[in-house]
Design a protein around this ligand. Structure first.
Ligand code: SF4
Ligand code: SF4
Ligand code: FES
Length: 239
């Protein structure tokens, strides 16, 4: 199969972006956007679709099996993982790749998502006591632990912007997990942070539903965590 891979590129330390296309041929029906990028970069001399010499394409990856989140980018307009985007499944031969738009672009397909981890630190999301997971909470805690902090759910969220007070869906799985594993007395501080940085800014539009590459049920996590927050608020008048 022959594909045209159109990439939105940017030089390091510069602001402008530009499109550059590459021809990619493969007989591998399981080829992904990630394998296309690797194969293009592995060429001895990389040239664009017009035959002009081109700089190697900068992008991030680690696991190549949907376990690290490093390769998140916008593929044909949808935020997803490059290692999970099978080209043959897209039903077209021209495919666009862009860096995530909600974060500062470092170069080519690399976006600086460090704000995600700063947000988790701001919310003080760590265990304050030994974890206790009841059978009832096990599934929710496990599902929450699947989050890669890839940022795909933030890309689609109408209310999130990097540096804002609203931290978006990416802050929810860790909060949900901790609130599943701690007693209400211990998670009161986390609940306060959740109220400030998630509950207050979330428009409940659920645009983040069905976008998660780990298939995390974002609606379920929001409903559960919002309910716990509200019960705690009622019980200790923290409204
Ligand atoms: S909830 Fe899903 S989409 Fe959002 S950061 Fe976690 S893994 Fe990525
Ligand atoms: S429900 Fe809407 S505002 Fe809330 S996190 Fe999801 S996309 Fe963002
Ligand atoms: S490289 Fe790890 S999720 Fe794609």
């Amino acid at each position: 199969m022959k594909y045209t891979i159109k990439i939105l590129r940017k030089e390091r330390e510069q602001t402008g972006q530009y499109w550059q296309s590459f021809i990619y041929e493969t007989d591998n029906s399981a080829a992904t956007a990630a394998s296309a990028l690797s194969d293009l970069n592995d060429r001895e001399h990389l040239s664009d679709a017009d035959g002009k010499p081109a700089r190697r394409i900068e992008w991030e990856c680690s696991c190549l099996q949907k376990k690290c989140g490093a390769c998140a980018m916008i593929i044909d307009g949808i935020p997803r993982l490059a290692c999970d985007a099978v080209l043959a499944d897209m039903g077209k031969t021209q495919i666009t790749l862009e860096p995530l738009r909600k974060f500062p672009v470092v170069c080519d397909l690399i976006a600086d998502r460090s704000i995600l981890f700063e947000n988790l630190r701001t919310m003080q999301l760590w265990l304050a006591e030994n974890a206790v997971i009841t059978d009832k909470m096990q599934e929710l805690a496990y599902q929450s632990s699947e989050c890669l902090q890839c940022g795909c759910c933030l890309e689609i969220c109408p209310n999130f912007y990097a540096g804002g007070k609203f931290f978006g869906m990416a802050a929810v799985p860790v909060t949900t997990r901790l609130m599943s594993e701690m007693s209400p007395a211990a998670y009161r501080q986390i609940a306060r942070q959740y109220a400030k940085h998630v509950f207050a800014g979330c428009g409940k539009s659920l645009a983040c539903r069905n976008i998660c590459p780990k298939k995390i049920d974002t609606e379920n996590l929001l409903v559960n965590t919002n309910a716990k927050l509200w019960k705690l608020a009622v019980s200790c008048k923290m409204k």
